[in-house]
Design a protein around this ligand. Structure first.
Ligand code: MG
Length: 371
């Protein structure tokens, strides 16, 4: 049986980003983050984080829709209950369609509690093995090309295993070329468009083949698997899908169409760690390597991502770098550092990092209790 929680406290935290981060769709300056505390008999049993963003620019979910789904539907269905297995827990959440980031927060809380109860690290409980996982650096869109080049060079100096830069129409080939020329041919370099292009831009995108990219991520709209397939057929650079893949069925379709040769797995987007592991396995069966992307999480979410990324088919460096690189403040006590392009996977039982409850309270702007 899984552990149970007779009470879950939802909190919204506000934490500034050290630097505004710009994609082809939005600019983020402050994170609004929903954190869940699972309690039993008044004692904290586990923590999780919902990665839904401020605006519905990545998926349709936002912190406000997630809060609503958690408070009204998802948490009332699980509070006070234990389950024969985590699969049964996931099945219980299935009556809600979509709202995957909200579901992932609930599922992750139970997984963290279950691993802790068995004295297992989250990584081990998911079937992961590696003690360190490679991490890349992620660079937002900038007005100033020299600044992007300087940030890329700094990331190379700091030993990051890969550099990913955001691109958008009009700020693609030339911007990526500048970085490629500056860092040299050996540094793994990738570009992420967050779906900013239309199929009419395919010729422009194919020029990126000259720059030996590790991958081109999500050039087209999430549901346009056909356009991705047609581009992949005519492009040597592997296309990586991110927003397009929320379910195992979507992966099967994308794979059958030849729409991608790589997948960015984020547990929030796909509905939880269990779903992320199943997607990882399905990609491995098809020979599709994966990496774990980032959502500017707190140390809670990053600990979960590092645990997930310790599975073997996470063979491409992810966005697993320390929280101190992007948030003004964190809610876990951590000294994670990038050494030789990798970060440590938490090895202690459960989440494996210590949450600073006092800091959580200081950053909280609203809370609710489901019991
Ligand atoms: Mg992406």
């Amino acid at each position: 049986m899984t552990p149970r929680a007779d009470e879950v406290v939802l909190r919204e935290l506000r934490i500034g980003l050290l630097r505004p981060f710009r994609t082809s769709r939005v600019t983020t300056t402050e994170r609004r983050i929903c954190v869940l505390e699972f309690r039993e008999h008044g004692e904290t049993r586990g923590w999780s984080e919902c990665v839904a963003g401020e605006a519905p620019d990545y998926t349709a979910e936002t912190v406000d829709t997630a809060w609503h789904a958690l408070e009204n539907w998802l948490l009332p269905a699980v509070v006070g209950r234990s389950f024969r297995s985590l699969d049964e827990l996931e099945g219980t959440l299935d009556f809600v369609r979509g709202h995957r980031m909200a579901k992932a927060a609930v599922e992750t809380g139970f997984r963290v509690m279950a691993a802790a109860e068995r004295g297992l690290s989250l990584a081990k409980s998911l079937g992961g093995g590696r003690e360190r996982v490679p991490t890349g650096a992620s660079l937002g869109l900038g007005e100033d090309p020299d600044r992007i080049v300087a940030l890329a060079l700094r990331a190379v100096d700091e030993g990051y295993a890969r550099i990913k830069m955001k691109i958008a129409p009009g700020r693609d080939y030339d911007a990526v070329r500048l970085v490629r020329d500056a860092v040299g041919p050996e540094v793994p370099l990738a570009a992420d468009a967050n779906g900013a292009y239309g199929e009419a831009d395919s010729a422009e995108l194919r020029r990126l083949d000259e720059l030996s990219l590790l991958f081109l991520e999500q050039p087209f709209a999430p549901d346009d698997w056909l356009a991705h397939a047609r581009l992949q057929e005519r492009m040597a650079t592997p296309i990586c899908l991110d927003e397009s893949i929320e379910t195992a069925e979507q992966l099967a379709a994308a794979s059958a169409l030849g729409a991608c040769r790589m997948v960015n797995i984020k547990p929030g987007r796909v509905g939880g760690l269990g779903a992320a592991v199943r997607l990882h396995d399905a990609c491995a069966e098809r020979g599709i390597p994966v990496f774990c992307g980032g959502m500017f999480e707190t140390g809670i979410g990053r600990a979960c991502n590092r645990a997930l990324a310790s599975l073997p088919n996470f063979s491409v460096p992810g966005d697993l770098y320390p929280v101190s690189g992007y948030l003004e403040s964190d809610i876990v006590r951590s000294d994670v550092r990038v050494v030789d392009g990798s970060v440590e996977v938490p090895g202690g039982p459960g989440l494996g990092v210590e949450v600073d409850a006092g800091r959580v309270d200081e950053l909280t702007v609203r809370s609710a209790r489901v019991a």
